[in-house]
Design a protein around this ligand. Structure first.
Ligand code: ATP
Length: 209
């Protein structure tokens, strides 16, 4: 089975993916951050590196989905989806003039071809968070290249996330408002998420206790 966590930068996807993997005995597929040669340069100069970074992420996410398709016996939880690369990040760069028309058209052509070869996740878990929450979590994890993220970048991404999740029709989607949740420190908050997932995919019998 393919589960995916979706949400803006700093929403808490990686942490939740790890907690859910531990709880259910799932395997996590992480985003390509360490060893990504374009991410730090991208944050310093988006117009220059946007196309390179999008191609890098698209390839890495495509590779993950192919692996997931070929390992049907396992349940894999993926930290961010290929849809977000195209419909949120690349689209935002194009709309804000940080990716030119030619590069965007090439990128979307490749994305559309990839779409023909893959299937959507069985369940998508959307972590919805306000800008204050995102900013405080980005500060807390203290990655050098993320410290100067413009709040307007997060605002534009959040708007696209709202539109994308409202229109999403490829499969099941759970929305979790994480603004007032602390699923790390509060067991009840984590349990409320697990209960939602169990109800949605009816996994009760597969729980690792
Ligand atoms: N397609 C993309 N275009 C631009 N930046 C991207 C893209 N995909 C991922 N990123 C960036 O790569 C980094 C990934 O970091 P990480 O895997 O920790 O996830 P995150 O988005 O910060 O989420 P979380 O805190 O919810 O785990 C972030 O700075 C993220 O915005």
């Amino acid at each position: 089975m393919h589960i995916a966590i979706t949400g803006n930068i700093g929403a808490g996807k990686t942490t939740l993916a790890e907690k859910l993997a531990d709880h259910y005995g799932w395997e996590v597929y992480y985003e390509a951050v360490d060893g990504n040669p374009y991410l730090a340069p991208f944050y310093s100069d988006m117009p220059k590196w946007s196309f390179h970074l999008q191609i890098f992420f698209l390839n890495s996410r495509f590779e993950q989905v192919l692996k997931i398709i070929n390992q049907q016996e396992k349940t894999i939880i993926q930290d961010r989806t290929i849809y977000e690369d195209a419909y949120i990040f690349a689209q935002n760069l194009y709309e804000n003039g940080q990716m030119n028309e030619t590069d965007y058209t090439t990128y979307r052509g490749l994305f559309n071809t990839i779409m023909k070869a893959i299937s959507p996740p069985d369940l998508m878990i959307y972590l919805k968070a306000d800008i204050d929450k995102l900013t405080s979590q980005i500060k807390k994890r203290n990655r050098d290249f993320e410290q100067n993220i413009d709040p307007n970048y997060l605002i534009s991404l959040n708007k696209l996330y709202e539109g994308f999740t409202k229109q999403y029709q490829h499969g099941k989607l759970i929305e979790i408002d994480v603004n007032n949740l602390d699923f790390v420190a509060k067991a009840d908050d984590f349990k409320s998420i697990v209960d939602k997932i169990d109800r949605t995919i009816n996994l009760g019998t597969q729980l690792k206790i």
